[in-house]
Design a protein. Sequence first.
Length: 185
Amino acid sequence: MVTGGQRHAVGNEHGRLILRTSRAGLAAQAGHDLTIEVTRWSGVIVLAEGLADSTVEITAEAGSLRVLEGRGGVKPLSDRDKREIAGNARKILESDRHPEFRYASNKITPDEHGGGAIDGILTILGRDRPFRLEVTSMGEGRYRATGEMIQTEFGIKPYSGLFGALKLADPIKLEAEIDLSGDTG
């Protein structure tokens, strides 16, 4: 942990954590590209004087996934479809046995535009894997971070339906928007 830095408590009230899926398989056109929000997450970002010495720690509740929208597909997603998808995700992610996802930075590489890259360890289903976030400054203490996780690297078997003809693509995009312009915690 960095000492002497500016400490920011972050979570739902300070931003959004979004997962974006895509579809694969012979029947891909029947499925949807999903936008899923993690509704309960929190963490601490410590901004050191030298940004490379800063730290990021985030914890997200695996059972707090909410489907916001589904693009494509033969028909629009109903509210019932969204609840069913979220329930399937909780089962696949074994949220009762592994209730949290965790991310902890181990290297921050700032760029000249106020963003950069954050390298760290992402923990899902008890498995630790290296994970990189690309960070863009949106101005006034607001940041956007993006990364891509591969489900099978964490032991997750991507969802499939229609006897395997419709599949969730293995890569999932993660997007976080965080506002650090408010009070420090």
